[in-house]
Ligand binder design. Structure first.
Ligand SMILES: Cc1cc2nc3c(=O)[nH]c(=O)nc-3n(C[C@H](O)[C@H](O)[C@H](O)COP(=O)(O)OP(=O)(O)OC[C@H]3O[C@@H](n4cnc5c(N)ncnc54)[C@H](O)[C@@H]3O)c2cc1C
Length: 397
């Protein structure tokens, strides 16, 4: 009998999670047919997106080769999927050499994720969008420090040693902390005064961590301050031009670099893929992640709008939620293949019951609420917990 082909588009945190889950629940077989798994991704390796700031600070490699994930029964195709032809049960893609091709599927999981939001081109700065942009950020601040070492004008030296990070979500917090620590290390090596290095984190809200209690926000800000980050609340970056950042309240900051970390939007490639979408551009799925009107097609992760049918709660774009969806989809696919009722989506009781942030080597912040009590842990233990999360999200543990 012919093999059944299960294609996963996107080897991000959701795609890898669901690949593992379907493989494990089906054990690679259904009704006597072998399941052939084919993972499609446009990148040459899995990008550890949650650690995007790392190449911007320490230069760490965050791309894991696909060979790490392609065990027996799993093939990898490097290609950019352009559309899903659900009537014919095939996808169209452009391969790594630029050739157009098609691939037939029996089961398809669309997990093409999100992209990092970019400011308008005339707003200046560099957005932390991908590993290449991250490497550009690192090059820039290091070149600025080199220039600062030869600069005699104290004001210009200070400007070269100042960075503004626009956007104080988890990515902005982690990026600013790691930048401050990396800059201090480099400044010390160049014989520069550490007190001249400044990292400003611009927060549009009135405090950090608005999803949790105020005292956790305060503690996070204090921990950031110990790393060398100054948080400015109620202020958005409007633009960066010629080394001057203009803020929404009219203030200006002299900076050597402005880094944008202003959130995620659903992958714009979805707009031309031929799947039903919400006005915001996420794939419309039912409570079992099935794409409406496309038999055998499922979608999870940042690219799908996933709603708890009981509470109406919408899942957020996080790798934590993507991982849970991936696990559940393994069981759903198995149930659908066997023609029995499938488990339905259930939102986490509260997204903010636990929150973990990495703030550079041996520094972290962990908040959790249990039995109505708030627990806050900082330091090495919280850092180790965050490292575990990063490794689990990329199936490295
Ligand atoms: C800097 C940063 C820090 C973050 N920190 C956290 C955190 O601490 N905790 C947390 O829970 N979440 C965090 N997030 C959010 C988290 O990264 C996302 O929620 C998660 O990556 C979603 O996983 P995904 O697989 O749905 O999508 P993605 O990770 O975006 O993966 C999508 C995959 O699809 C591939 N792809 C895209 N288009 C195509 C196409 N047309 N054809 C083929 N392949 C394609 C991409 O190459 C990619 O491999 C962070 C995000 C960023 C940017």
């Amino acid at each position: 009998m012919n093999d059944m082909t299960c294609i996963i588009i996107g080897g991000g945190h959701a795609g890898l999670g669901v690949l593992k889950a379907i493989k494990e629940t089906t054990r690679g077989m259904t009704k006597g047919r072998r399941i052939r798994f084919v993972l499609f991704d446009k990148q040459p390796g899995h990008v550890r997106k949650v650690m995007m700031f790392r190449p911007a600070t320490s230069g760490e490699e965050i791309i894991v080769p696909w060979t790490h994930y392609c065990s027996e029964g799993v093939e990898f195709v490097q290609g950019t999927v352009t559309s899903v032809e659900s009537g014919e049960k095939r996808i169209r893609y452009t391969d790594a050499q630029g050739n157009e091709a098609r691939f037939r599927y029996d089961l398809l999981v669309v997990a093409v994720g999100s992209i990092v939001r970019r400011p308008d081109p005339d707003q200046g700065g560099i957005a932390l969008t991908d590993p290449q942009a991250a490497a550009g950020i690192r090059e820039r601040w290091r070149a600025n420090l080199q220039k600062a070492a030869g600069e005699t004008n104290p004001e210009e030296r200070k400007r070269l040693m100042t960075i503004a990070v626009a956007g104080a979500g988890i990515s902005g917090v982690e990026t600013s902390a790691e930048l401050a620590l990396a800059m201090r290390k480099e400044a010390a090596a160049l014989g520069l005064s550490l007190s001249d290095t400044s990292v400003y984190l611009l927060n549009a809200q009135e405090r950090l961590f608005t999803g949790g209690p105020e005292k956790a926000g305060r503690k996070l800000e204090q921990t950031l301050s110990e790393c060398g980050v100054t948080v400015l609340h109620n202020r958005k970056v409007m633009r960066e031009e010629a080394g001057v950042v203009t803020l929404s309240n009219g203030d200006c900051l002299d900076v050597g670099l402005c880094v944008w970390t202003i959130g995620l939007i659903p992958n714009p490639a979805l707009r031309s893929m031929g799947l039903p979408l919400t006005p915001e551009g996420q794939v419309l799925v039912d409570e079992c992640y099935r794409v409406q009107g496309s038999p055998g097609v499922y979608s999870i992760g940042d690219c799908a709008r996933i709603v708890d049918p009981k509470t109406g709660k919408v899942d957020q774009m996080t790798c934590f939620e993507a991982g849970i969806q991936g696990n559940r989809l393994g069981k759903i696919v198995m149930a659908d293949l066997e023609g029995r009722p499938a488990p339905i989506h259930k939102a986490l009781k509260n997204n903010m019951d636990a929150f973990n942030i990495g703030l550079g080597e041996n520094r972290g912040f962990l908040w959790a609420r249990k039995w109505g009590l708030d627990f806050i842990i900082t330091g090495k233990l919280a850092w180790k917990a965050k490292k575990l999360v990063w490794d689990y999200a990329s199936l490295l543990r």
